[in-house]
Design a binder for this molecule. Structure first.
Ligand code: HEM
Length: 421
């Protein structure tokens, strides 16, 4: 189905191993490696404060705010576009493409995946609804892939692209990029892959964070104490505080472990026959890595079903003898997530800023009972079913601090905003 939709041609996570994939990875690595990711810290700080202000204004729309700011930071990284609302046309088309992808990526969702011969059935044939779905998806993808890149080109031409992003930096240095073997198609593939690859997992982690904090006030309080001890109440956490907030990192790691967002990773296809520990594995075998089971290993993680960030701490510091879920939650080997350093910074900052500003409690469901049920949606990326929680400012002063620092820092875009705001 993914092939019929033409998605292999532009989506890195789905791309077959080969030259196109290698070049796009090389390109993304230049922008997303550990050192390069700090270039985007202003945007990370901006969106962590932006999220707080949105939640403070309408806490009942928490999940919408998480989705918007998670998408916005990726659009900013990829294209330097400042997204301000769900109506942003580029965000809407990227989000539509992601929805379609989620529908078709579920193994067995379409018969044509099991019987590839069906791909030759014409669209007018009774029962060939999948052909229409594939055609409609192709249009959604074209819009998501080409729209923002053409917009960045236009901005570069008229001198209004002022924010460093992967697309604008590459297009601006096109001569140099060509000399180093990158084409405009490589830039298109690398940047258009980011929304689909980055948003879902980052969003799932953020949603689960709220759910777990509501259910475990004891850990929430200890994390807030760590933040208050380091910062007092007169400044917000920043990315420069990472080494001084081990309890926050322990929460991040335990969320990765307890709720791995891609529990079977992205399935892989064996390109050649192979042998492993006495098993013969024929070419064409599909592999799914059971990351979920690795993270429920009772030897590495005693009482594995229990959410307990403190398993990663010893004497108030991160305990390096405990197996770090960070080594697996982003995949491994050649296809390891290239966004790992960026994602870790984004998640750390988001969690630290939220805990510095809000108290999170379970809400009350339709029956008047305190929410305690943890349920998850089906899919390659695992999201929790919306969890009803109350998010209250820790104090008026805490909110004022966010407003003041947001105002003082200003917008890192210097003007470039997507068209239909
Ligand atoms: C907590 C957040 C994230 C998690 C848990 C996560 C996890 C993953 C996983 C498990 C894979 C598949 C790895 C494999 O096939 O072995 C992957 C692929 C990928 N991720 Fe992430 N990711 C996250 C955020 C991001 C971000 C923020 C970006 C970009 C800024 C990103 C970009 C990508 C790309 C481009 C791929 C495809 C790599 C390829 O196929 O070569 N991810 N990610």
């Amino acid at each position: 189905m993914i092939d019929l939709m033409g998605a292999y041609a532009w989506s890195l996570p789905l791309a077959k191993y080969g030259d196109r994939w290698k070049t796009s990875r090389r390109l993304l690595h230049e922008f997303l490696n550990v050192r390069a990711t700090s270039t985007y810290d202003d945007q990370q700080h901006y969106y962590s404060r932006d999220l707080i202000l949105r939640i403070a204004e309408s806490p009942d729309k928490l999940w919408d705010h998480l989705k918007l700011t998670t998408g916005a930071i990726v659009m900013s990284l990829a294209y330097g576009i400042e997204v301000k609302s769900h109506k942003d046309p580029f965000l809407t088309s990227a989000s539509r493409a992601l929805e379609v992808m989620e529908e078709v990526a579920v193994p067995g969702a379409f018969l044509v995946d099991t019987f590839p011969i069906l791909r030759h059935v014409p669209s007018w044939f009774p029962g060939a609804k999948f052909q229409h779905t594939a055609q409609a998806a192709r249009k959604d993808f074209e819009l998501a892939v080409n729209g923002p890149l053409e917009y960045v080109k236009e901005c570069l031409k008229n001198g209004s692209a002022r924010n460093a992003s992967i697309a604008s930096t590459c297009l601006d240095r096109m001569d140099d990029m060509s000399k180093r073997g990158f084409s405009e198609e490589d830039i298109r593939m690398s940047t258009s892959s980011l929304y689909i690859a980055a948003v879902d997992a980052t969003l799932a982690i953020s949603q689960v964070f709220f759910m777990l904090m509501a259910l475990h006030p004891e850990f929430q309080k200890k994390a807030q104490k760590e933040i208050d001890q380091l910062l007092g109440r007169d400044r917000l956490p920043t990315l420069a505080d990472q080494d001084d907030l081990p309890y926050i990192w322990a929460i991040v790691k335990e969320i990765y472990r307890w709720h791995v967002p891609l529990p079977i990773n992205i399935p892989k296809l064996l390109r050649e026959d192979d042998d492993y520990k006495g098993y013969h594995l024929p070419k064409g075998t599909v592999f799914m890595e059971n990351v979920w089971a690795l993270f429920r290993d009772p030897v590495a993680y005693p009482e594995p079903h229990r959410f307990n960030p403190e398993r990663f701490l010893k004497d108030g510091k991160l305990d390096s003898s405990v197996r770090d879920p960070d080594d697996r939650v982003f995949g491994s080997g050649r296809r390891i997530c290239p966004g790992k350093p960026f994602a870790n910074r984004a998640i750390f900052l988001r969690i630290a800023t939220i805990l510095a500003t809000f108290d999170i409690e379970p809400g009350v469901n339709e029956k008047g009972e305190v929410e305690s049920k943890v349920r998850f949606e089906e899919g390659i990326v695992r999201h929790p079913v919306p969890f009803n929680c109350l998010v209250k400012p820790r104090s008026e002063a805490a909110l004022r601090l966010v407003r003041d620092s947001h105002h003082a820092a200003g917008s890192p875009w210097g003007g470039q905003t997507s068209v239909a705001q």
